[in-house]
Design a protein. Structure first.
Length: 76
């Protein structure tokens, strides 16, 4: 299904963007200013939440029959 592939790719891109923003906050953060670590922690929490949501949505889509496992090819 092209719709499911699009949703999976969009959520995966959001996960990568959240990880990138956490890296940005870590590199640009000033340890003397309060609240800088909270921004990085919030970005990482979003990444974890999106990852868990993607995993659960993949399980639900498989259970409902929207996606089918193809397995790995087994030699010649």
């Amino acid at each position: 299904m092209p719709f499911m592939k699009t949703v999976i790719v969009l959520v995966f891109l959001a996960i990568v963007a959240s990880l990138g923003s956490a890296l940005f906050f870590m590199l640009r953060g000033d340890s003397r200013q309060p609240g800088q670590g909270q921004r990085m922690a919030r970005a990482l929490a979003w990444r974890i939440g999106l990852s868990v949501a993607l995993f659960l949505c993949l399980l639900l889509a498989w259970k409902l029959g929207y996606i089918q496992p193809t397995g790995l090819p087994t030699g010649p």
